[in-house]
Structure formats: C-alpha cells, structure tokens
Design a protein around this ligand. Structure first.
Ligand SMILES: CC(C)(COP(=O)(O)OP(=O)(O)OC[C@H]1O[C@@H](n2cnc3c(N)ncnc32)[C@H](O)[C@@H]1OP(=O)(O)O)[C@@H](O)C(=O)NCCC(=O)NCCS
Length: 174
C-alpha cells in the first residue's frame, strides 16, 4: 500500500486494480453520481477498467485519485485527488465519498490537504475545482478550503462553477 498523505482523521493511498470492488461500490450509486456526469458502473470488471485506464495512468505523473481511509479503523470512505486534464491543461481537484460518510467533514478535510499537497509539495502552479451549479455541498467545500471563484462555464450542457487557487494565494489560509 502506498500512502500519499495523512490528515488528522484520514489517510490517502494509491488505488490498485484489486480495488475494483471499492470503485464499483460508489460508482453504482445514482445519488453519488447525480452531479458528476458519469455512467453507473455495472460490475467490478467495468470498475477495473476505470482504474486501469483512468486512475493508474495519472500515478505516472504523481497525480491521481487516491483512496481515502479513516485512520481509526481503516474503513474505506471514498476518493480524493488531483487529475491532469490533457485537453485543457488543468489540474483538477476532485472528491467522491460513499453516502454513509457524507456530512462529517471528511471531504473538506481530504480536499484541503490534497490542495496544499498539490501546491506545496508537487509544486503545481494552479489547481482548479469544478462543480455542477446545483452541487451545493461541493461548492461549499471548494469555498471552505480557500479556492477562489474563477468563472462559470457550460460543460455538456450543464452549468458548472469553476474555482482555482495558485501557490502565492495560499499563504493567508494555511
Ligand atoms: C460532494 C461530497 C463529497 C460532499 O461530502 P460531505 O461529506 O457532505 O462534505 P463535507 O461534510 O466535508 O462538507 C460539505 C459542506 O457542504 C454543506 N452542504 C451540504 N449540502 C448542502 C446543501 N444542499 N446546501 C448548502 N450546503 C450544503 C455542509 O453543511 C458542509 O459545510 P459545513 O461543514 O460548513 O457545514 C459528497 O456529497 C459526494 O461524494 N457527492 C457525490 C460526488 C460529488 O458530487 N463529488 C463532487 C463533484 S464536483
């Protein structure tokens, strides 16, 4: 297991192909996928393809979506991480939790440490977070971790709010 970073209550580690059942667990829940414009995964095989084709390649550039576990009992609760989007040149901050872990501040905590890790340790110039206009919890997280509203855009016909943060801007929040 390769741990990437620790927070007061959580640790984030790299996924492996053996984690397909975990990815399937939340990517089959329509409530979790409500705002993320991704298809419901039908089985572990489809989840494994996501790991192989989307998650693992990002690890080669030290980015990626990382599995989140609670430190007290090692329970898996979701993922958080950074993804380089080739088409736009953006490094995207994302997070997704299993429903039973919602409402406890875990997403905020994971996103906060991931953001700082990306800017300070990985030396990424600017990190961007995008959220569906109606995804109030996600927008709240982006604002709480200190990201600045940048612009609105329409992606696949859906209004999205775009936030970003650069290294010189973090001195006043952390
Ligand atoms: C988005 C998501 C990670 C948030 O998880 P969470 O456990 O609720 O997050 P947190 O507890 O860390 O914080 C959420 C914040 O939003 C607030 N919030 C939640 N729902 C809200 C709503 N409908 N309106 C306004 N604020 C809301 C919470 O009160 C909390 O703020 P607070 O700590 O100041 O009270 C979770 O809902 C999820 O996994 N959703 C599915 C995937 C997804 O949409 N990912 C984001 C894609 S951009």
């Amino acid at each position: 297991m390769q741990v990437i970073l620790e927070t007061p209550r959580l640790f984030l580690r790299r996924f492996t192909e053996e984690d397909a059942p975990l990815i399937h667990k939340f990517n089959r829940d329509p409530d979790v996928l409500k705002y993320v414009h991704e298809p419901v995964l039908k089985n572990d095989e489809e989840a494994k393809e996501v790991i192989t084709n989307i998650i693992l390649p990002q690890y080669k550039i030290n980015l990626g979506r990382w599995a989140i576990h609670k430190r007290d009992d090692y329970e898996f609760i979701g993922w958080c991480g950074l993804k380089f989007i080739k088409e736009t040149g953006i490094t995207d901050l994302g997070y997704r939790l299993l429903k039973n872990a919602w409402g406890k501040g875990y997403a905020t905590e994971a996103a906060q440490y991931t953001l700082i890790y990306g800017l300070r340790i990985l030396k990424i110039k600017t990190i961007t977070g995008k959220a569906n206009f109606e995804n109030k919890a996600s927008i709240k997280i982006l604002e709480k971790i200190g990201m600045k509203f940048s612009y609105n855009e329409i992606i696949d016909g859906i209004p999205v709010k775009v936030y970003s943060l650069s290294l010189p801007e973090i001195t006043d929040i952390c």
